[in-house]
Design a protein around this ligand. Sequence first.
Ligand code: CA
Length: 371
Amino acid sequence: MKKIIQLLTTASLLITTANANWFNNDDKPKPESTIQNNKTYTLKLAETWPSNYPIFGDTTKKFKKLAETMSGGRLKIRIDSANKHKAAFGIFDFVKSGQYDLGHSGSYYWKGKDINTLFFTNMPFDMTTDEQHAWFEYGGGQELMDKVYAKHGMKSIIGGNTGNQMGGWFKKEINSVKDLQGLKMRIPGFAGEIMAEVGAKPTNIPTGELYTALDRGTIDALEWVGPSLDLRMGFHKIAPYYYTGWHEPGAELQFLINLKKYNTLPKNLQAILISAMKLSAYQMYNQSEHESAKNLAIMKKDYPNIKIKTFPKSVFNVLHKANNKLLKELAAKNTLSKEIIESRSNYLKKIRAWTTISDQSYLNSQSNIDK
Ligand code: CA
């Protein structure tokens, strides 16, 4: 009898070990004992935005609610806005150092820290929101972003898209590239580099200081987002020329995760964390589109002084030429930059061929109907 029990115990141990090995493969579900781990994890998130900033701030609040609800309270998220941590552009360092576990910001704000973070918000003359989402999920975008951020002990996940952004608010009309020369403009990311190349003076300024900077003449022009967020900022009172976009055809915010902290979480909580980020990002894109449509209608009805314009072709040609030159220089300087630039441009070619015969043909055909 004793021997039988011994045999059964050994067999059961073998099965348990086999199961454990089987389930330890990352793609496989975990045993019940791991799933029922009741330990609570509190994660601190720092965001670039001021307290209760609409749409961007709504996104972190939605993320918090989703993560806490889906985890049955085992994940607790604490959000600190820029008013609290006092460093709108400190998010990268906060999360890298572990001072905060999570962040919500824009990848291109870190181009001075690591040039390859530049590519994961959006690029001028590049992919639209839908095109770029496909690149992130299926075109190797997430893998490249992982490669860039792993060097800093972090992971970056899509954090909500603004949709196609407007080219910005100007005090004067832009009739030729001469009108951009010497122009002090808040414009971050690669578009800022392009503006510098054509003779403008680009700068980046935190959200909460934009209006004052424009009002006091620290800057002559600025781009922020689009009708979704621009109208409430009041820029039109100072700079009524509102230009259509070219520089951020689908700007994606980012969630940052400290990898060391992430690796302490059970796999199911990791999955919940990422899912909550992606779902709140999806909600932000929809909210951005909704708010832009709503506010564009208000602009047209209540603010006749706002003049919506598009840069002349000659200006686009110069900007586009500068874009190509600077991309070439960047690719020659850094092998990972080259890899990302090629990935984006190859993917753009492939997906734009489809966008052209799907969305573009549809929209063109609709605008040609007699109404
Ligand atoms: Ca922008």
